[in-house]
Design a binder for this molecule. Structure first.
Ligand code: M6R
Length: 424
């Protein structure tokens, strides 16, 4: 996109975030357009034909580009999650039912499966969604990393709804996967945070996640709002397909509405994580482990840590440990165990005991005291797994932040990474 301010300065950018506060209007460039800026004048061409510069208002609020007293944008964005998740939910639940006006044209009767493509954190959100679609909407759901999907000569089934998830809406691999699906005649839906982005303009339908502008390269609030959107969507599909029981729906909606509260950062917990973080600056690696929905959360926790600490971290399904990874366990291997009480607690417990027996250093995150833990972060009791999910998500984000701060890294702009990945 390009923008121009009242001083005649011209800016070029791959997404809107860097332009907030610099320009008020932007032109979104289409494939094949090219041109130049000279003496404050912009020339835009396509196939040698001059193009009209269609300026559109840049909707993002300048205030959201400030740190507001926080040390880093990432920290501010972690603290904002409670608020933005409320935005995501706004107007989308009415009379104990999920309302998604964006999908008013969707005829679900023709859809019998879902395929999701995404990258990085958005891919982890997609993995979470696969549990929700199968469990709540009884809809088969497969998930693929967009860069793999593109070149595998995938079979494109017209009765499968193709969903892409992207914070920026500009990720090259995700966009190309979307174009392939669309050209193959599939119905496409984007879950995206940036209105007017290329992915939004390309997809047949869009649900905006409403996280507000996200400046930190390490995605936090975008992930939280993606999960909420996908949870709403699973319930919506379940309702449309008439496969979700009224009591289950009621329980899910009640749980959804409690998430903003679960996402409030508890200062003493943040302080504890700040103090604990000094013990986790070395070692030969981190294992983040979880089961079910907490497995993609483990992947996300590990990605967050490696992005901003440059320490080696991997996420695993806890049940996979004995199939190889446990060979790495010793006291210099740090295991971050996500042990919710409401989902497969006993299974997790035995996996963590196995790691303890191999002397791995254990940081357990759970509402239940775990005697074998070297370090323990106690979470609140919840009656729904997603309450636990979001509280543990917060803790893993804060842990990555505090380790990175202690290591003296640039939290908001980690080395080798870009906020929008517009090349494949
Ligand atoms: O904008 P997108 O959601 O499409 O971006 C996908 C990934 O590049 C992104 O999630 C990346 O992994 C983040 N840096 C994660 O923190």
């Amino acid at each position: 996109m390009l923008g121009k301010n009242s001083d005649g300065e011209v800016f070029l950018s791959s997404s809107d975030a860097p332009l907030v506060g610099l320009v008020k209007e932007v032109v979104y460039l289409e494939d094949g357009e090219y041109g130049w800026a000279k003496n404050q004048e912009i020339t835009l061409l396509k196939n040698l034909i001059p193009q009209h510069l269609d300026f559109k208002p840049l909707t993002q609020d300048k205030l959201s580009a400030q740190k507001d007293g926080f040390r880093y944008f990432m920290e501010k964005e972690i603290y904002e999650q409670s608020l933005v998740v409320g935005e995501t939910l706004m107007g989308r639940i009415k009379d104990n039912s999920v309302v998604l006006d964006e999908l008013s044209t969707l005829d679900i009767s023709h859809i019998n499966a879902i395929k999701i493509c995404a990258c990085g954190t958005s891919y982890h959100a997609a993995l979470c969604a696969s549990y929700m679609f199968e469990r709540l909407a009884k809809m088969q759901c497969t998930v693929e990393v967009a860069s793999e999907f593109r070149y595998k000569e995938p079979l494109l089934d017209k009765q499968t709804l193709f969903i892409v998830i992207s914070q920026s809406g500009e990720t090259a691999d995700t966009l190309e996967a979307l174009k392939m699906a669309k050209n193959g005649g599939m119905l496409t839906l984007a879950i995206c945070n940036v209105d007017n982005s290329t992915i939004v303009r390309t997809a047949d339908m869009t649900i905006l996640t409403r996280a507000g502008i996200e400046k930190g390269v390490a995605s936090t609030k975008a992930f939280a709002t993606q999960i909420i959107t996908l949870w709403l969507l699973s319930l919506f599909v379940g309702e449309q397909k008439k496969v979700i029981d009224a009591a289950v729906l009621h329980n899910e909606i009640a749980a959804l509405l409690r998430i903003p509260l679960a996402l409030k950062v508890h200062e003493p917990t943040h302080e504890k994580i700040r103090r604990l973080s000094k013990r986790y600056l070395h070692g030969h690696g981190f294992f983040f482990i979880g089961r079910d929905l907490f497995y993609p959360l483990a992947l996300e926790g590990a990605l967050k840590l490696k992005e901003i600490s440059y320490l080696h971290a991997e996420g695993y399904p806890a049940g996979e440990m004995k199939h190889g990874p446990i060979a790495l366990a010793d006291s210099e291997l740090f295991t971050i165990a996500l042990m919710p009480k409401t989902l497969l607690y006993d299974k997790m417990k035995s996996n963590v005991e196995e790691l303890s027996a191999r002397d791995s250093t254990l940081l357990v995150i759970s509402p239940e005291v775990f005697e074998l833990a070297d370090d323990f972060i106690k979470t609140n009791a919840h009656n729904h797994p997603m309450g636990e999910f979001f509280e543990m998500m917060l803790i893993t984000q804060l842990l990555a932040l505090e380790i990175s701060v202690r290591l003296g890294n640039d939290v908001d702009m980690p080395r080798n990474l870009a906020k929008s990945v517009t090349v494949e």
